[in-house]
Design a binder for this molecule. Structure first.
Ligand code: ATP
Length: 601
């Protein structure tokens, strides 16, 4: 044990709760650095007697959001506010009652600290009213009270427990009790650092068992080592996550680890129940048990794409029925397996895990598939990694974007499945991690495309943008000298939130005109869509349209957008320029100059 003592009075569950609150107060003070925080927490643990006592009773009050042993309190801010007004016998119309009931509404009556901070608001109301000024309740008693609160069957019973808390604790203690009940502590220390302080393997253990009590018990023994990653059936664990890749160095970094693969990062659906028939059909009878990691997708039979089916629609009615009626098919794309017929596989290298699963599934295109993986630069040549393969990774990203996926995952074939880990064995690359173009471009929004998913179905979601055309076009087209002309050359479909998109759509409403293939607008200088899905749905009157500041990876030559002969790789909105109009946007000549001077990157 790290700490031992024969005197156990005031330790363990007998530790005064006030000591814990004082420690938390100190942790939240400004100007306390990480080391000081760790020191304070360690001091609290010493007072408690870590090693002598099971530290779970203290931990569940420190990290209440990880405590699954106590049932849900079923008490949110609103109920708590109501109960406090009642137990303090405040008239609803009183300032203090209004303050608690409307704790979220911005109002001049709140101090900066209180604004939107419920426990702080309650504290301000009760601090002058509390009869208890010196805390005497222990950690054990707090846990017993919280058990009682969680078990109370109705609001009246809960109010009785809250009343007991109110009459036995100080105002400061109640502020912390409220934070514990709301599972929102704000103690200025992350769960990962607290677990790591407990034991070097505590974080990994917690991620693979999602059980705080078990983690505390095992980690009480400093000689404990997590040698096997212990994923079990019917025990939740955190899925493995991906590190954000730096596209310039990721190839070198991954190559060092041995063979590694690229695969698409898919953006799946949440409605797993639609998969039941697929699993019944595809899992072989020899497969008794398994834990798979994968993404549920929806296959659009008509377009042959994995299309976002959309959350709104599935919530409204019978998801399975809607899927079939609309020509969609649920598909499960498996990328990993961590348990198979009684055996945990998490510690094995990924290449072995996937191979073990292969014979147990009747793989069927667009129903149940193993994710497609390609080794980026196969070993062993004993050679240093080649630069070409950085380009290869960018090509993967290009293809992922063209298919409408989120990005690319790069995974070491030797990597174990470490639950909850975000280590560099799995790395993700998304277009917004890739920005190399130097200065952003200011482009005019020329036309728009309707989105595919339901979340985007309510309007235009991708924009065709362009630069001002050279003046020589004017003579060619025989248009008046004051008519603004443009070269479309990039489609921008990311870089904005849904709210920003809704806002932009409304700003563009007055400029919007329907697009007719037979009469494409003259001011686009004869631009003809290269592919059918490049044909816009609407165009925007240039004088009323908006200017976008666009970031991208590079400007490249190509015939996808003629007559510009250039386009952008991985373009996205950096910001809208409300301060600019069509006359301020980049000229084509400037683009050409950047390409010629090699400043296109
Ligand atoms: P975000 O997805 O927004 O980047 P995140 O941090 O929650 O955030 P990541 O670490 O990026 O998650 O990636 C893990 C998620 O990606 C998991 O939810 C997983 O289901 C999903 N995912 C999609 N495609 C793959 C894939 N090919 N391999 C592994 N995970 C994938």
């Amino acid at each position: 044990p790290l700490f031992s003592s024969t005197d156990t009075s005031g330790k363990g569950e007998a530790l005064p709760f006030e000591k814990m609150c004082q420690c938390f107060e100190a942790l939240t003070m400004a100007n306390v650095n990480r080391f000081q925080k760790e020191g304070m927490m360690m001091k609290l643990w010493t007072q408690y007697g870590k090693g002598v006592h099971d530290i779970f009773p203290l931990m569940r009050l420190t990290l209440p959001h990880l405590d699954t042993e106590r049932p849900n309190y079923k008490l949110k801010h609103k109920n708590l506010a109501r109960k406090y007004v009642d137990l303090l016998s405040l008239p609803d119309s009183s300032d203090d009652a209004q303050k608690m009931l409307n704790w979220k509404k911005p109002s001049a009556g709140f101090t900066r600290n209180e604004q939107g901070n419920f426990p702080e608001v309650v504290y301000s109301v009760i601090k002058g009213r509390c009869t208890v000024t010196k805390g005497h309740i222990t950690v054990g008693e707090v846990n017993a009270l919280l058990d009682e609160l969680a078990q109370a069957q109705n609001l009246e019973a809960k109010e009785r427990v809250l009343m007991k808390m109110h009459t036995t604790t100080t105002a400061q203690e109640q502020r912390w009790l409220l934070r514990i009940i709301l599972k929102d502590m704000h103690i200025g220390m992350k769960e990962d650092s607290i677990l790591t302080m407990l034991h070097a393997d505590a974080k990994e253990l917690y991620n693979s068992v999602c059980d705080l009590h078990q983690t505390c018990i095992k980690c009480a023994d400093p000689s404990y080592r997590l040698d096997q990653i212990s994923v079990e059936l019917f025990k939740p664990f955190k899925p493995r996550l991906a590190h954000k890749a730096d596209y310039r160095t990721v190839h070198k970094e991954m190559y060092k680890k041995g063979d590694y693969v690229a695969e698409y990062k898919l953006d799946g659906e949440r409605y797993g129940e639609a998969l039941a028939p697929v699993l019944a059909e595809c899992l072989s009878p020899e497969l008794r048990e398994c834990i798979l990691d994968g993404e549920m997708m929806v296959w659009n039979q008509a377009t042959g794409d994995y299309a976002p089916f959309g959350e709104n629609r599935s919530l409204a009615g019978d998801y399975k029925r809607d899927l079939q009626r609309d020509g969609y098919q649920p598909c499960y794309i498996v990328f990993d397996v961590v348990w198979l017929n009684g055996k945990g596989l998490a510690s094995l290298p990924m290449r072995e895990r996937r191979e073990l699963l292969r014979p147990y599934v009747r793989w069927k295109a667009h129903s149940m598939q193993l994710s497609e993986q390609v080794v980026v630069e196969p070993h062993p040549q004993g050679k240093p990694p080649s630069e070409d393969h950085t380009i290869e990774i960018m090509n993967w990203l290009d293809r992922a974007m063209a298919k409408g996926y989120e990005g690319v995952m790069l995974k070491s074939l030797n990597a174990p499945y470490v639950p909850g880990s975000r280590d560099t064995d799995w790395q993700k690359l998304k277009p917004d991690y890739v920005h190399d173009m130097g200065d952003d471009l200011e482009l005019l929004i020329l036309a728009g495309y309707y989105g595919e998913g339901v979340t985007r179905n309510d309007g235009i979601s991708t924009f065709l943008c362009g630069v001002r055309a050279p003046s020589s076009e004017r003579a060619k087209l025989g248009v008046p000298p004051d008519m603004p002309l443009f070269y479309p050359f990039a489609k921008v479909g990311s870089g904005y939130t849904h709210e920003a998109l809704v806002d932009l759509r409304s700003q563009l409403k007055s400029a919007e005109r329907p697009w007719h293939k037979s009469a494409r607008p003259l001011h686009l200088c004869g631009w003809i869509p290269n592919k059918t899905d490049d044909e816009p749905h609407v165009w925007y009157e240039p004088t009323l349209s908006k200017v976008m500041q666009v970031a991208a990876y590079e400007i490249v030559k190509g015939d996808a957008f003629m007559p510009a002969g250039l386009t952008l790789r991985f373009p996205r909105l950096a910001r809208l320029r409300d301060d600019k109009g069509w006359a301020d946007v980049e000229r084509f000549e400037e683009l050409q100059r950047r390409v010629a001077e090699g400043k296109s990157k």
